[in-house]
Design a binder for this molecule. Structure first.
Ligand SMILES: *Cc1c(COP(=O)(O)O)cnc(C)c1O
Length: 411
């Protein structure tokens, strides 16, 4: 059974309720009455599990968090205002000035900018690697390395990492591995492969229809016995491990990031994300099967397509073995020049031109002139951004309509 079938049952059953309101209850209140001074004390010290204030947690958002945690076999999750919020929450909750990040694969433009331009202002240094530079990655790890960050599918370079091999490196070195799994939820389960935290932009395929900006970080449990988070590298976690045991990464993220930086999810967005989550398995299954057909047909007709399902792709074997349920909604087309790319984009009658991905509709965008326009030539080369590169996010349309429209647009 593929992952999508398993979750098709789980999600519709857990999003809806069997008694009372079937659709998730939307609680938009920012604050919550505590009833008594004693209750207030208990809510603040965590002994009473009731909402404190919506920056720290909200009942609608909690429902989303519990389903996301279950989806990835985590001990818990923290939903955020955006995918960048989730990446910031997960990383900054483990980092201090003087620390280092090892960033592998990808990389989404916002994450690249966060690491290279923003964190560097606070004394945090990032080393960037391609997914196959395993030896260089090992050599780079030192006592200051607190985070290894990985994108499960390169957006937009379409390179696929060997997540297990990288998780093994992170585990033997005792360093946290955070995986951005935005592009391919369900078909890849990073925590099961040995990662510690998974982050998502739920704005993309999880909501699926451009109705809500959001993000989520899912955390693994701290082990009862030995655990890399009990080492001196993560000394600051001790107090949370002593108090909260296997949950420790969550209060750490809430206190060191959510409370102070305030990247909290909005309840309305959490509600809409839950509605999207309910049909995620169906949409993933549909698009992952469409995309292989579309990549094959466009490639056969002479378009320069980058997708790991094609036998010419350097990670085709890895795709077949490790990504057997597919790797998400993205493929890229290299039209050779900016002019040819613009012509293709303007000729397409079906595609929507936008920076989003994972939508019900097929979306396209010229990379060099938009998301990566701020970056210099060397950085663009490293990230695989050529002058003619178009990123395509395949939607729910009939794949034959997409093929026909794209072949017409390329004429
Ligand atoms: C879009 C995206 C993000 C950022 O998400 P936002 O919700 O736009 O903040 C992070 N990582 C990847 C891979 C993305 O595609």
């Amino acid at each position: 059974m593929n992952k999508f079938e398993e979750y098709a049952t789980k999600f519709v059953q857990s999003v809806g309720s069997k008694e009372g309101a079937v659709s998730p209850v939307l609680t938009t209140s920012a604050s919550f009455g505590y009833g008594s001074a004693e209750n207030a004390e208990g809510i603040f010290d965590g002994s009473i599990k009731k909402p404190l204030y919506s920056r720290m947690g909200n009942p609608t958002t909690s429902k989303l968090e519990s389903i996301m945690a279950e989806m990835d076999a985590g001990i818990g999750a923290v939903a955020t205002s955006s995918g960048m919020g989730a990446t910031t929450l997960a990383t900054i909750s483990l980092l201090s000035s003087g620390d280092e990040i090892i960033s592998i694969g990808g990389l989404f433009g916002g994450t690249y900018a966060l690491f290279s331009e923003t964190y560097s202002r606070f004394g945090i240094k990032t080393h960037f690697f391609d997914v196959d530079e395993l030896q260089e990655i090992k050599n780079r790890i030192n006592d200051d390395t607190k985070v290894i960050f990985l994108e499960s599918v390169g957006n937009p370079n379409m390179r696929l990492p060997d997540i297990k091999a990288i998780a093994n490196i992170a585990n033997s070195a005792g360093v946290a591995l955070i995986v951005d799994n935005t592009i391919t939820p369900l078909s890849i389960s990073p925590l099961k492969l040995g990662a510690d935290i998974v982050v998502y932009s739920t704005t993309k395929i999880i909501s699926g229809n451009a109705s809500a900006l959001g993000g989520c970080a899912v955390f693994r449990a701290i082990n009862d016995g030995d655990d890399k988070f009990k080492s001196t590298r993560y000394k600051f976690l001790d107090k949370f491990i002593n108090k909260m045991g296997k949950m420790a990464l969550i209060p750490n993220a809430k206190k060191r990031a959510l409370r102070d930086f305030g990247m909290s999810a909005n309840a309305q967005a959490s509600y809409q994300t839950l509605l999207g989550l309910e049909t995620l398995p169906l949409r993933m299954q549909r698009i992952n099967s469409s995309i292989e057909l579309i990549a094959k047909e466009l490639d056969k007709n002479g378009l320069n397509i980058n997708h790991p399902s094609l036998s010419k792709h350097p990670h085709n074997e890895r795709y077949k073995q490790d990504f057997s349920d597919g790797c998400g909604t993205l493929l890229t087309i290299d039209m050779g020049s900016k002019e040819a790319a613009y012509k293709f984009i303007n000729n397409s009658k079906l595609a929507t031109i936008t920076a989003n991905i994972g939508d019900s509709r097929t979306l396209v965008l010229h990379m060099a002139s938009t998301i990566y326009s701020d970056f210099d030539k060397g950085t663009r080369e490293f990230l695989g951004i050529t002058d003619g590169l178009i990123r395509v996010s395949i939607g729910l349309e009939n794949p034959l309509d997409i093929i026909q429209d794209f072949l017409n647009a390329a004429k």
